[in-house]
Structure formats: structure tokens, C-alpha cells
Design a protein around this ligand. Structure first.
Ligand code: NAD
Length: 445
């Protein structure tokens, strides 16, 4: 979510913007739901079997450690009470406090939250920050709730799960449908119950409450850095390359803006309302301004509307899925023509599609590496909160650059050494790092 101080998602964008897409796949005329958690398990297993690790340790680190489900009563503006189902999954605390966002969305379910929590563990390990993985969610449509209802829902969520959270225990952040204002209410509720201010209990806060400079651009900046490193590796000259981006929210728009600054020409852009195309390249800065006003990319001057499906399979060098899970499946993967896929979104590619892309020698920068810039700067926010001293934006960006370049190189080396894809390389690296601490700590049983 964009991290504008004081904004709530209700005001930010239209309700369709966070609509989740096709978590189903058609096989032999049957529609089969895709389990997102099942996808993570497959990714884990594919990497784990290449490592010489005790299977009981693998089992221990693979399964979420704790899943909490609560039913939250919230007083609505009309005086009635409504129940909301809420989740917090702590996948791992092996490497440090559990870390991960809170999603407010009608499609939130345990399968999805478990998957997102697991990816957080592997993502934090890939960029080598001292956190485990977690994720939370509330089944609700934030666009249908008033500010007061959102505030009461947030406070009740914290109150119900109070014993899970803490700067050394579990540190949430925004995700789809939540933003800085909700993090501010979160921090206040937790602090009131502790009798003192505890900014480090949550990241993605408004800057004036202890948020970090650079956090709102961090995920897109990380996507730009990893794409730039991938281009170097395959000797793709970015200043002569073309790209397509699916999703033009926080991640998609910032990734596109920063890559555009390196000379990449964006020919296709899609959002939930449709897709646009300009063979000469879309002016990304102007498009960002246009979207701020119009809340959609559709109607942008100097572009024509094209089919949304054409964006991922467009004849460009770089494709950035930055919207939803399960967008690149066995159905459209055979038609993908680009050289690099930079996964801005979490889980945009299914394991079945991965096999096809691998055969086509398309370099996929996996989500747990590509979009890790966000959690990296969340870590910087937590550090700044704990030392009580704040860095300049240049300092934050410099440290992010260092972390992302190092993570890219570690993943690439692991993949090359084991002759695997970057995704399997990233999982192997992450699993190795988690296993290392588990061996040192032992399993308390
Ligand atoms: P956002 O709500 O700001 O933007 C989402 C964008 O996707 C919007 O432009 C929306 O119109 C578009 N979209 C939705 N459905 C679509 C569809 N069917 N086809 C095309 N476009 C569609 O969200 P965000 O923060 O940019 O997050 C996007 C993805 O990145 C999510 O998977 C999220 O989990 C992941 N992610 C975000 C961060 C972060 O810091 N924001 C960090 C890591 C990962």
C-alpha cells in the first residue's frame, strides 16, 4: 500500500483496485482452485530435495508455527455489531521476531495467510535480515467501512491478538487494504495497553510517528535493483529495452518509474480496469500523475486500450507482474515472450508455470528476492525506532541498495552452483539460512 501519511485505503483508490483475480485454473473443463499455500509447499519441496538436510528439521521449518483465528465484534456506525473473521499466522521465529503485513480484503482466508506468512520467512532470510515470517488478515471490504469502523476493527484486532505482538515477538506492517493510518491505530492501541509508546511494534507507520523515509518507494526500488542486476547478468542493455507492467499501484508504479529512469521503455501497463499500449513508450511520470487524479490508467492520452491478457504475454524484454497471485499459470506461460520476469507481486507465478518458463529459459526473479525491498526498509524502520535516531532518505536507499545487490548475488550464485532457477536458488539459500540457526538453537521439544 502507498505509505501516505494519514491516508486510509478507503480514500486512496477504488474498491475494485484490490480485487483478487483468478485463484483457479481450468484443467480438462474443470475449474480447480489453486491453493496458494500449496504453491509455497511445492516451491519449498523442490528446493529442499536439493539440500542434504535432515527431513525432520525440514518438516519443522516448513509448517507454520502458530495460526490464530479470531472472530471480532465491531460496533458499526448505525449502532449494530458485526462479526469479522481475523487471522494472524506466525510461520517462523527462528531467525528473529515474526514479520509480515496485515491484509484487509474480502477474500482473505487461512490458506492465503499461511502462504504469505511462509513467503515472509523465506524473503527475510534471502535478504538476510533478522526476522522470521508472519502475515495477518481480516475478512472485510475496507472500502465499505467508515473511518470510525476501520479504526474500531483495527483496535479490536490488536486487542484480541495482543499477546502475539511486540517488537521482539511479532511486528506487523501494511499490506493490501491497509496503510499508514491503520498502522498508527495499531501502534496506539498496543502502546495504550503497555502504558508507554512502542513505535517498534509495527512498521509502515506515518513518518511523524516513527515511519522510515524511503519506505513508500522501497518495494519498487528493490524491484528496480534486482531487475537491473538481472539485466547485467543476461547482458541486456536496459537503456534499449522494453517492458510491460501488470498492476500500477504502489509496487507497479514505483518499479516502472525507477526503471523508466534507467531508460526502460514501458509499452504496456495494466490495472484492474484494463490495459494501455503505446509502441513509442508510455510516459510513466505523467501516468502516475494521471492515476492520482483519475484512479485508473484507462483514458491516458497517447495510448490505446488493449486486452488485459496481452500484457503478460507482450513482446517486450521485461514483464513485471505487480498485482495479484496466480497470474502466470500453465495456460499463459507458453505464450510469454520476455527475457526477464520481475515478480513485484507475491506469488504471481504457479509452480506449473515455472517449469514452462524454465524450459523457455526466461529468467524469473522470484518474489522472495524481487519484492524484498519493502520488508528490508521495514527492518530499517524497526532499527531506527529501537535506536531512536532517524536516517536520511539517501542513507536508507544506500543501505537498501547494498542489501538487494548482495541478496541478488547470493541467490544467483546458489542457482548457478546447483544449476537451478533463481526461485529454487532463493529457496535453497533461505532454507539453508533458517536451518543453520535451527541447528544452533536446537529444537525445544
Ligand atoms: P496496490 O493495491 O497499491 O496496487 C495493486 C494494483 O494492481 C492496482 O493498480 C490495481 O488496479 C492492480 N490490479 C488489481 N487487480 C488487477 C488485475 N486483475 N489485473 C491487473 N491489475 C490489477 O498494491 P501493492 O502494494 O502495489 O501490491 C501489489 C502486489 O505486491 C501484491 O501482491 C502485494 O502483496 C505485493 N507486495 C507489496 C509490497 C508493498 O510494499 N506494497 C511489498 C511486497 C509485495
Amino acid at each position: 500500500m502507498p505509505q501516505k501519511t494519514g491516508s486510509v485505503p478507503k480514500r486512496k483508490t477504488s474498491k475494485r483496485d484490490i480485487k483478487h483475480g483468478k485463484n483457479v485454473v481450468s484443467r480438462k473443463n474443470k475449474t480447480i482452485p489453486i491453493s496458494v499455500f500449496g504453491n509455497v509447499m511445492k516451491q519449498f519441496d523442490a528446493a529442499a530435495k536439493k539440500l542434504n538436510t535432515d527431513s525432520s528439521v525440514l518438516e519443522f521449518i516448513k509448517i507454520p508455527r502458530r495460526s490464530t483465528i479470531a472472530n471480532l465484534p465491531v460496533k458499526m456506525d448505525d449502532g449494530s455489531f458485526k462479526m469479522f473473521k481475523a487471522y494472524r499466522v506466525q510461520h517462523s521465529i527462528a531467525r528473529g521476531p515474526a514479520k509480515g503485513g496485515i491484509r484487509f480484503h474480502p477474500n482473505v482466508n487461512l490458506d492465503e495467510v499461511q502462504a504469505l506468512a511462509s513467503w515472509m520467512t523465506w524473503k527475510c532470510a534471502v535478504v538476510n535480515i533478522p526476522f522470521g515470517g508472519a502475515k495477518g488478515g481480516v475478512v472485510c471490504d475496507p472500502f465499505k467501512l467508515s473511518n470510525g469502523e476501520l479504526e474500531r476493527l483495527t483496535r479490536r484486532y490488536v486487542a484480541d491478538m495482543m499477546n502475539l505482538f511486540g517488537p521482539d515477538d511479532d511486528v506487523p506492517a501494511p499490506d493490501v487494504g491497509t496503510g499508514p493510518q491503520i498502522m498508527a491505530w495499531f501502534m496506539d492501541t498496543y502502546s495504550m495497553r503497555e502504558n508507554h509508546s512502542v513505535p517498534a511494534v509495527v512498521t509502515g507507520k506515518p513518518i511523524t510517528l516513527g515511519g522510515s523515509l524511503g519506505r513508500s518507494e522501497a518495494t519498487g526500488r528493490g524491484v528496480m535493483i534486482s531487475t537491473r542486476e538481472a539485466a547485467k547478468y543476461i547482458k541486456l542493455d536496459l537503456s534499449r529495452s522494453t517492458a510491460a507492467v501488470q498492476g500500477f499501484g504502489n509496487v507497479g508504479s514505483i518499479s516502472a518509474k525507477l526503471l523508466h529512469e534507467l531508460g526502460v521503455k514501458f509499452l504496456y501497463v495494466a490495472d484492474v480496469h484494463g490495459a494501455i499500449y503505446n509502441p513509442k513508450g508510455i510516459d510513466i511520470k505523467k501516468l502516475i500523475k494521471y492515476v492520482e487524479k483519475e484512479k485508473t490508467i484507462i483514458g491516458f492520452p497517447d495510448s490505446k486500450t488493449v486486452k488485459s491478457d496481452s500484457v503478460l504475454t507482450a513482446p517486450v524484454d521485461i514483464v513485471i507482474p505487480a498485482a495479484l497471485e496466480n497470474q502466470i499459470t500453465e495456460k499463459n506461460a507458453p505464450n510469454i515472450k520476455c527475457k526477464i520476469i520481475a515478480e513485484g507481486a507475491n506469488g504471481p507465478t504457479t509452480p506449473e508455470a515455472d517449469k514452462i518458463l524454465d524450459k523457455k529459459k526466461i529468467l524469473v526473479i522470484p518474489d522472495i528476492l524481487c519484492n524484498a525491498g519493502g520488508v528490508t526498509v521495514s527492518y530499517f524502520e524497526w532499527v531506527q525506532n529501537r535506536i531512536g535516531y532517524f536516517w536520511t532518505e539517501e542513507e536508507v536507499n544506500r543501505r537498501l541498495e547494498e542489501k538487494m545487490v548482495m541478496a541478488f548475488s547470493d541467490v544467483l550464485n546458489m542457482a548457478l552452483k546447483n544449476k537451478t532457477s533463481l526461485r529454487i536458488g532463493a529457496f535453497m539459500l533461505a532454507i539453508t539460512r533458517v536451518v543453520e540457526v535451527v541447528h544452533l538453537r536446537g529444537i525445544y521439544s
